[in-house]
Write a protein that binds this ligand. Structure first.
Ligand SMILES: [Zn+2]
Length: 597
């Protein structure tokens, strides 16, 4: 297959890339002369459906003519004000009716904020082809299998064998490049159209001293056809450290801790840190310690990585948590999940003493080989407090470099912009404030302000050939789609508000039997309450409520025949609500149940 990227016939935009920091003009590349197949440019649209206002829910739609290519389908974990919600997925209203135009879904890597929504969204979109490297695809498949048995038989997979692979997806010409990230098989994507070339590293970092390969640079991307649009994950925009911990330093620290530990070592890390887990397994085998893995996702990921040949699992080293007691404490390492303080994860269960096989002792060493995902700060602080009470050696990145982040710092963001020399800069894949900070970094190194776009979820950015790009005045619906149990999108703001109300002040149910002839309450109204007051100690209040309910009903039914039952219920709700507030300064959800006899 002959494969050339499209070049725009004439490119007026020349600003940052043509000028280096000292203001010296650099010779313009005029590659379009070498490629006569330039064609008239149509409109290229970039539509982020998630990932612009939060960490997670990453998903971007690229549209050119009748062709759509999607990058990533991630999930977002719920915020504290979303009780009961399992997770949130991108809103795909924009794609409704356009399913037949979707040429492919590329997954940049296997983290949940990039693949987590795949089972639901791929199904809804009629299973368009998916594109990714081996580990990423394996993790997508596992996710599908967990969600719905046998659903993987619907998958059409296009495997990326190497970064040299090129493919046409409709009019999109797709290329790839290597990136460094905290999970294996992460890949950067080039989406080339006659209207411009998008460069998207997915999640990335610049590792200055990686193990087993040379540091990755991005200079070669500067030669891609213009206009070059860099969409850059910017989670590290506020990380102002001059240098990031190298993998070499991190491994050296971990190895020292493991070697010198006099008790057992518990290392909590992300289950997707497959390379690190593999490394610890090998190191343990070298020094004669045993390793037990705990946490569903960690075991699954290690199994998948082992099958793909990505890590070696020394046979005698890996043991079951059930067998931990058979070995001396100073000979065991536990690798587990839960470093973000997730309530039901392994580390939390160890912390609360609920873990069947692992108990903390003072002389143990507990290592957080992980970063704090923005939003989880307070939970992790509580977890650390509790662990510090129980153990003398709790190690985390504030005191020793036991984790390298998968995300670049501010310096690297500037560096990658200098290397790629894009014409347009779109910071992406983080909360809004990170995106604004990344924009500032670009401006600091001389990037023109008017060529930076900070989009929202649902924004539509359009590139019209040689004209300046513009943000469409209309946004597409990118509102939350909540997943709760088996329900997708059926929980809306109203249900959520009810849950918040019940979580805040509880609920109060009034059951009244009303004689439809007389309009009077028969017997005494029943009251059920949860989360509002302790009923046994509130007898007086409840007696007053009962009296009040009788009064309200009689006043309301006196007005005429036949009785307006909705009016009766509304009256009970409003008046009892007000009465309870006056007495308690709380606002429980009042639910009147009226039974007519
Ligand atoms: Zn990632």
């Amino acid at each position: 297959m002959t494969f050339e990227f499209y070049y725009v016939t004439q490119q007026k935009t020349s600003s940052f890339p043509a000028q280096n920091r000292r203001g010296r003009r650099q010779p313009q590349r005029r590659q379009h002369h070498r490629y006569p197949q330039s064609i008239k440019a149509g409109v290229l649209k970039i539509i982020p459906l998630g990932g612009m206002e939060e960490v997670g829910r990453n998903m971007t739609v690229f549209e050119y003519g009748d062709d759509i290519v999607i990058l990533d389908m991630g999930l977002q974990f719920p915020e504290e004000d979303m009780p009961g919600i399992d997770f949130i997925i991108p809103n795909i209203s924009y794609l409704k009716g356009k399913e037949k135009n979707i040429r492919g879904v590329i997954f940049s890597h296997g983290h949940l904020d990039h693949i987590g929504a795949a089972p639901i969204l791929l199904k809804e979109l009629g299973y368009p082809p998916i594109i990714g490297r081996d580990l990423t695809i394996a993790l997508v498949k596992k996710r599908l299998e967990d969600y719905e048995e046998k659903s993987i038989k619907n998958l059409k997979v296009i495997r990326i064998n190497s970064t040299e692979d090129r493919m046409n997806l409709g009019q999109f010409r797709i290329g790839f490049f290597n990136v460094e990230h905290s999970i294996m098989d992460a890949i950067g994507v080039i989406l080339n159209t006659p209207s411009g070339t998008i460069i998207h590293p997915g999640d990335w970092t610049m590792e200055k001293n990686p193990r087993n390969h040379l540091p990755i640079t991005y200079n070669h991307l500067a030669n891609l056809p213009r206009p070059k649009i860099l969409m850059l994950e910017s989670l590290g925009a506020t990380d102002l450290r001059q240098s990031i911990t190298t993998e070499e330093e991190m491994y050296a620290n971990l190895e020292k801790l493991i070697t010198e530990a006099t008790g057992k070592v518990i290392i909590a890390t992300f289950s997707s840190q497959i390379r690190r887990i593999g490394h610890i397994l090998e190191f343990a085998s070298q020094i004669g310690k045993q390793v037990a893995l705990d946490g569903y996702s960690m075991k699954i990921n290690v199994e998948i990585a082992k099958e793909l040949g990505y890590i070696k699992v020394p046979k005698k080293t890996l043991i079951s948590v059930k067998d931990l007691h058979k070995y001396p404490e100073n000979k065991i390492i536990v690798l587990c999940t839960g470093a973000q303080g997730e309530g039901n994860a392994v580390l939390s269960r160890i912390m609360t003493g609920e873990h069947k096989y692992i108990k903390i002792r003072k002389q143990d060493t507990i290592v957080f080989s992980s970063s704090v995902i923005p939003g989880n700060e307070r939970t992790i602080q509580r977890l650390k407090d509790s662990l510090y009470r129980q153990c003398d050696n709790v190690i985390h990145n504030d005191i020793m470099d036991v984790h390298t982040s998968g995300h670049s710092n501010a310096e690297s963001i500037k560096e990658i912009i200098r290397q790629i020399k894009p014409d347009y800069f779109l910071p992406v894949y983080a909360n809004h404030f990170f995106l604004k900070e990344a924009a500032k970094l670009a401006i600091q190194i001389g990037f023109p302000r008017d060529k930076i776009f900070v989009l929202d979820n649902g924004s539509i950015l359009e590139f019209h050939g040689q004209q300046a790009p513009r943000i469409n005045a209309k946004k597409t619906d990118a509102s939350y789609v909540f997943v709760d149990g088996l329900g997708v999108g059926d929980i809306g703001q109203i249900v959520l508000r009810d849950r918040q109300m019940m979580a805040g002040d509880g609920m109060f149910v009034v059951i009244a039997i009303i004689d439809s002839q007389t309009g009077k309450v028969k017997n005494s109204p029943d009251i059920i309450s949860r989360g509002f007051i302790y009923m046994r100690e509130s007898k007086e209040l409840l007696a007053e409520v009962r009296k009040k309910v009788r009064q309200i009903v009689e006043e309301t039914t006196m007005a005429g025949h036949p009785i307006n039952w909705t009016y009766v219920k509304d009256n009970i709700r409003d008046k009892i609500g007000k009465f309870l507030y006056n007495k308690t300064q709380r606002r429980p959800m009042v639910l009147p149940v009226v039974i007519e006899v």
